[in-house]
Design a protein around this ligand. Structure first.
Ligand SMILES: Cc1cc2nc3c(=O)[nH]c(=O)nc-3n(C[C@H](O)[C@H](O)[C@H](O)COP(=O)(O)O)c2cc1C
Length: 384
């Protein structure tokens, strides 16, 4: 009997959740929740998405934990849905690779429980996706699972300078990075820009506008709560990120300086002293030191956007994993998308007719990171 056969269904769900939590999320806020229901309870009280024609063993509802979501800017709603999309994609793949028959269904926008009891059991979870786990067994695929796990564990956000390759960036194959997709979308489009002159223009643009991160008091206060200024490194239980993931290793006095200068109450003063402007210019310089810039745009209408944002999270993750497989790193630069007026200027600069939902630098880091960090919370799929 293989290891996978000996595991119970709840062991497999827990194993998949444990790997899915390595998904990227904005500020590493990990806004996901998993609720597990019997098919009888689910159909009587929730019935959130199209059903299955096959007998089911269990139904998993994946959604946003309202208490953990970033909410200071309207655009962060999109980033939250993309983060869940990445998490759900990994959850789905790791369940199927363990031999479970799983069908994925997106919950329509404003989808809600059928009964008060159903709403009560969702308990703070805004449902975005349903995974229907069938009675019959598929084939466990330990080799593919181990390969995907290795890539998922190796994937990181690396904010160091990247090399300028001699012969352009190698083509990525996101379609090969994940064995299973939640749902295909013809409304999401990737574009890459590896022309030196365009990268320089975009680097100047980022350097010019990145200070906006600090000028919205509510948004900056929300961001600041996720920054850890301590000396910790390695695997850490929790959310957020370390200041040294942005700056590289810092002595204690410099970590203290950043902590004070970036404190929301002191940011206006730091801005007047040029401190936040310097951080913005440094981000612009980093963008200039990329092999290419890539972005994902959406060509559909606003009515379908919520579901497509979950799929955009899947597209983002597939791209990121494909880059990781090729030894490349990715660093999202979302500040230019979070404020409508800046995003529109960026779209103009890119001559992009569609709305840009994700924008990142891509390339091979000039050196491996001097320190490793992995902040993650344990995900406990709650049996309801
Ligand atoms: C939708 C989205 C937007 C992000 N935007 C930024 C960003 O603007 N700047 C940044 O440094 N990292 C950004 N990140 C990366 C997260 O900070 C990162 O995924 C998180 O800290 C976890 O770290 P890891 O990717 O190394 O596992 C973004 C991630 C997602 C999913």
């Amino acid at each position: 009997m293989s290891r996978s056969d000996a595991m119970t269904l709840s062991d497999k769900i827990r194993h998949a959740a444990n790997l899915a939590r390595l998904a990227p999320s904005s500020h590493n806020c990990q806004p996901w929740l998993v609720r597990v229901f019997s098919p009888e309870f689910y159909y009587a009280n929730l019935d959130l998405a199209a059903g299955s024609r096959h007998p089911l063993r269990q139904v998993l509802v994946l959604g946003l934990d309202r208490a953990r979501c970033l909410s200071a800017l309207p655009s962060l709603q999109r980033e939250m849905r993309m983060s869940i999309g990445a998490f759900a994609t990994l959850f789905h793949n790791f369940l199927r690779l363990q031999g479970l028959a799983v069908e994925a269904r997106l919950v329509p926008e404003f989808g809600c429980a059928l009964t008060d009891l159903g709403a009560q059991r969702l308990d703070g979870c805004e449902p975005l996706l349903v995974l229907l786990v069938g009675e019959e067994q598929g084939d466990a695929q330990p080799v593919t699972l181990a390969r995907l796990q290795k890539t998922v564990e190796a994937r990181r956000t690396l904010r160091t300078p990247y090399m300028r390759p001699q012969r352009g960036t190698p083509a990525l194959h996101p379609e090969a990075a994940l064995p299973y997709r939640l749902q295909a979308s013809a409304l999401l489009h990737w574009r890459h820009c590896d022309n030196e002159a365009d990268i320089e223009r975009l680097a100047r643009f980022v350097g010019q506008y990145a200070e906006r991160d600090f000028s919205d008091a509510r948004a900056w206060a929300e961001t600041y709560r996720f920054i850890d200024f301590s000396a910790r490194s390695g695997s850490i239980e929790g959310d957020g990120f370390n200041i040294q993931q942005l700056t590289g290793p810092l002595p204690r006095w410099k970590r203290w300086l950043y902590r004070c200068a970036l404190a929301p109450a002191l940011v206006p003063l730091s801005a007047r002293c040029g401190f936040t402007g310097r951080i913005a210019s440094q981000l612009g310089e980093l963008v200039g030191r990329s092999a290419s810039l890539c972005y994902l745009s959406y060509s559909g209408d606003a009515g379908a956007a919520a579901q497509q944002q979950v799929l955009a999270g899947e597209a983002m993750l597939a791209h990121w994993l494909a880059a990781t497989e090729q030894g490349l790193a990715l660093h999202p630069v979302s500040v230019v998308l979070q404020h409508g007026e800046i995003r529109e200027r960026l779209e103009c600069l890119l001559a992009e007719p569609n709305e840009v939902w994700f924008f990142a630098r891509l390339g091979q880091p000039i050196a491996p990171p001097a320190m490793q960090f992995r902040y993650r919370r344990t995900v406990e799929p709650l049996l309801c």
